[in-house]
Design a protein around this ligand. Structure first.
Ligand SMILES: [Zn+2]
Length: 305
């Protein structure tokens, strides 16, 4: 068992006075009235849906639909409308790749329609028990029971409908402590959740089990399942393939190795921030000063676990 608690508490105390930054959104979510759902056909009756919040994957079976992530509650009607255009079958399962509100905010409303929500057990524990964010000092209370996933698993789980299989697999201590990726082998599609987020620095939710080392291990797992025609649905950002996923892994390894060097030199967190170890990447990822500091903090915290 890793010694997370003491480090997390110390960091929380240190950061309690820092200004608020972007954090997992509340379950209801922002106004989505002007959002249009963009549907990308991945082949083999499998689709990527983009709206507001994390990317959604939809797999159609003969007797129902499997969904991966449900965005915010405010996207519920729009997502249902987009899926109804693809299939006249009911949505049977909604998988949560992790607990953040931009992926689980739809749980309650989909659940009321009879959709079975499914996740790693730590997602349910988090939503039922509340959580805190050491980066911001924010504390989030437990959600209402309607948001809790109805079925949970610990290592792996298979969801089967007529003609379709979704293989769910847990990867330890990556974006959070409850990450699931979903493999639709028949369509050669992998839905990663926020372990892969593109176009900005990814988030490592280190106060809730996130760790850059686990993110690299998780990405290695996706690469092992992929070939040149695999379609990878990231948690945020555009659909990618194996080549882009390999580049993303290289970025994570670079970030880890540079920080490992600073930590080995005995640098404190503030000294690591001052060293600007990712100045070149800040430019590439369009990071402002705050995003840059946060990325250093998240990687630094990872190296201390
Ligand atoms: Zn997330």
């Amino acid at each position: 068992m890793r010694n997370i608690t003491l480090g997390t508490l110390a960091i929380a105390a240190l950061l309690a006075a820092t200004p608020a930054i972007a954090q997992p959104a509340p379950p209801v979510g922002p106004d989505a009235s002007k959002i249009e759902v963009k549907v990308t056909d991945l082949g083999q009756r499998t689709y990527m849906l983009e709206g507001l919040g994390g990317n959604v994957t939809v797999a159609l079976a003969d007797d129902g639909v499997i969904m991966v992530d449900g965005q915010f509650a405010t996207m519920n009607e729009k997502l249902k409308g987009a899926i109804a255009k693809l299939s006249n079958q009911p949505i049977r399962y909604l998988v949560n790749t992790h607990y953040h509100g931009d992926h689980t905010g739809g749980n309650d409303l989909f659940g009321k329609d009879g959709v079975v929500t499914v996740s790693h057990v730590n997602v349910r524990n988090k939503l039922a028990g509340g959580w805190s964010n050491a980066l911001t000092g924010a504390k989030s209370p437990a959600l209402a029971e309607g948001f809790f996933p109805k079925q949970t698993y610990t290592d792996a789980m298979k969801l089967e409908l007529k003609g379709r299989v979704a293989q769910l697999k847990h990867t330890q201590f990556a974006h959070t402590d409850g990450d699931t990726f979903v493999h639709f082998a028949d369509a050669n599609v992998i839905s990663t959740g926020d372990v892969v987020a593109l176009g900005r620095f990814p988030t490592i939710d280190f106060s809730n089990g996130g760790n850059i080392k686990g993110m690299i291990t998780a990405v290695d797992g996706y690469l092992a399942l992929s070939n040149d025609t695999t379609k990878i649905v990231p948690g945020h950002g555009p659909l990618i393939g194996r080549k882009e996923l390999t580049e993303y892994r290289d970025f994570l390894v670079t970030a880890r190795d540079r920080m490992a060097k600073l930590v080995a030199e005995g640098k404190s967190e503030e000294e690591a921030i001052a060293a600007k170890p990712y100045a070149d990447l800040d430019v590439k990822y369009g990071a402002n000063e705050q995003a840059s500091r946060n990325w250093v903090r998240m990687v630094y915290a990872s190296m201390k676990m």
